[in-house]
Design a protein. Structure first.
Length: 53
């Protein structure tokens, strides 16, 4: 059985429309916030998504 340990689900928010579109599991010990280029269904284009506070 895998350990849950340091992994938590984090929500990614579109920078343009502020829509919460994705949830990703990541290691909490990483102090940097996630920032990825993902597709936003509301904007209908690829935009930068940042981790929600």
């Amino acid at each position: 059985m895998a350990k849950a340990g340091n992994r938590q689900d984090r929500t990614l928010v579109c920078n343009e429309c502020k829509e919460e579109n994705y949830r990703e599991s990541r290691n909490v010990k990483n102090s940097e916030r996630l920032e990825k280029n993902k597709y936003c269904s509301r904007c209908r284009k690829h935009t930068v998504h940042k981790e929600k506070k």
